[in-house]
Design a protein around this ligand. Structure first.
Ligand SMILES: O=C[C@H](O)[C@H](O)COP(=O)(O)O
Ligand SMILES: C=C(OP(=O)(O)O)C(=O)O
Length: 455
């Protein structure tokens, strides 16, 4: 593992810390901050704040992910496309946590293996965009890049990148994480509450199916309790946080040297991924994240070649450390059955064992004639099936799923057993970026994945 203490000598013979070498490299998807000094002050302030996660937790997660890579556990990653500051409310956070807990129960029961629970939460505030600008009528403004950069309102003031948002982002992440920790450590996530997580959601077929499963779990738990089992361990569940490591003016100051080991950890989340748009081998993001100890994910789109995959492994996981590297494939339903198998064949012949996760959302975006960005639930399901089929055919482990979801009853993705159609998208479309599965669609997907895992 490259260490922060490894200095880098630049062309002019000056020497910098490896952790800052990214500053010398091409970088994509950063905002145009109008005031560089203000950004420097915001980053310095963030650097002085306490870490959000602890290095020891990150190490435990790496071990858990290593088990998933070997086929002995399954990773569930879910949450908003773009978290918003206004959405960091108790109700919305609780609904998302409940939805992830419910999905995890369905998966654990179906697959009979541990499920690692991870939220795209407490830091998923920055977004890469296809275009730097957005045009409405004859007005063109900077694109919305997430609440940690600028506002969504379509006015010049709102769309101007504001460094104060970096500091606000830290505080929003801290309060979200605080509530997540309270829910998952304070008894709310106790398996004996399996029924209560289903309460408060609109009745629908997936809820009903879940209720039946919860009944069976309840019965088993009561039987074991009567037989004298001690269920104190069930009171607390491990819940990890993740986001795209995109905005360097936030990620860099959140990276600290662990006092135990003297190595750098990005303390803004347990798991950080590099997006499809910023995974250039010689770019800033890959270099920076190659130097931190967190488990790292990389999104792989349909054009990824085995050669690129090998180079990413070499750069990000030179020591082939178990649990270090996760490939999150987002190929699209129509492409996954052609694009994924060659990568899996290549990995079988290599000396690496990354964790393979499917993101069935990002390759399946469409825009409706009435202007909504959406995804068809059937395409999401089809990509998940293609993921499992490909792994079964090659003999590798399908190790997890990565979805954009919310616990709220939004209408953003088409289909599902509620059969949401184009007209209903207007009813409750709340995402500020990409469409998320609603509570029911998320549960439905979990049942489907459990079925695939059970095969
Ligand atoms: O979430 C992913 C990306 O940020 C998103 O798909 C980009 O969307 P855009 O094409 O509207 O910019
Ligand atoms: C931008 C994202 O994905 P991708 O990099 O795969 O497009 C995301 O997951 O928010």
């Amino acid at each position: 593992m490259t260490n922060v203490t490894d200095p880098v000598v630049l062309a002019d013979d000056s020497v910098i810390s490896g952790l800052d070498y990214w500053r010398e490299l091409p970088i994509k998807q950063q905002p145009e901050w109008p005031d560089a000094d203000a950004v420097g002050r915001a980053s310095a302030q963030i650097a002085s704040f306490p870490p959000l996660v602890f290095a020891g937790e990150v190490d435990i997660l790496r071990e858990r992910l290593a088990r998933a890579a070997s086929g002995d556990a399954f990773l569930l990653q879910g949450g908003d496309c773009a978290e918003t500051f206004a959405g960091a409310t108790a109700d919305q956070i609780r609904n998302r946590v409940k939805t992830i807990l419910q999905m995890a129960v369905v998966l654990t029961y179906g697959a009979s293996m541990p499920v690692i629970k991870m939220g795209r939460m407490a830091g998923q505030f920055a977004k890469p965009r296809s275009s730097d600008t957005e045009t409405r009528g004859d007005v063109t403004l900077p694109a919305y890049r997430g609440d940690i950069v600028n506002g969504y309102d379509f006015t010049p003031e709102s769309r101007r990148a504001d460094p104060n948002r970096l500091v606000q982002g830290y505080h929003m992440a801290a309060s979200t994480l605080n509530l997540i920790r309270a829910f998952t450590q304070g008894g709310f996530a106790d398996l004996r509450q399996v029924h209560s997580w289903n309460k408060g959601f609109a009745a629908n077929p997936a809820n009903h199916q879940y209720e039946q499963l919860a009944g069976q779990i309840d019965k088993a738990v009561r039987f074991m309790e009567a037989a004298g089992a001690d269920f104190d361990e069930l009171k607390r569940v491990e819940f990890y946080t993740a986001h795209e490591g995109l905005l360097m003016d936030y990620e860099r100051p959140m990276t600290r040297i662990d006092s135990r080991t003297g190595t750098p950890y990005n303390t803004s989340a347990h798991f950080i991924w590099i997006g499809e748009r910023t995974r250039d081998l010689d770019g800033a993001h890959v270099d920076f994240l190659s130097r931190v100890r967190n488990p790292i994910g990389v999104k792989l789109g349909p054009s990824t070649t085995p050669q690129t995959m090998h180079e990413l492994i070499e750069k990000l996981d030179p020591d082939r450390e178990p649990g270090r590297l996760t490939f999150i494939t987002r190929m699209g339903a129509g492409k996954i059955r052609d694009a994924l198998p060659p990568l899996l064949e290549a990995i079988k012949a290599a000396d690496a064992n990354p964790l393979w996760v499917t993101d069935p959302m990002h390759g399946n975006g469409i825009t409706t004639p009435n202007g909504y960005k959406t995804r068809r639930f059937d395409d999401v399901v089809d990509e998940v099936k293609g993921f499992f089929e490909s792994h079964r055919a090659v003999g590798t482990h399908p190790g997890g799923i990565h979805v954009e979801l919310t616990g709220d009853d939004v209408t953003e993705c088409l289909g599902g057993s509620e059969m949401l159609d184009e007209a209903s998208l207007a009813t409750r479309y709340e995402s500020l970026c990409d469409p998320r599965l609603n509570h029911m669609q998320s549960l439905e997907l979990a049942f489907l994945v459990a079925e695939e895992l059970g095969k």
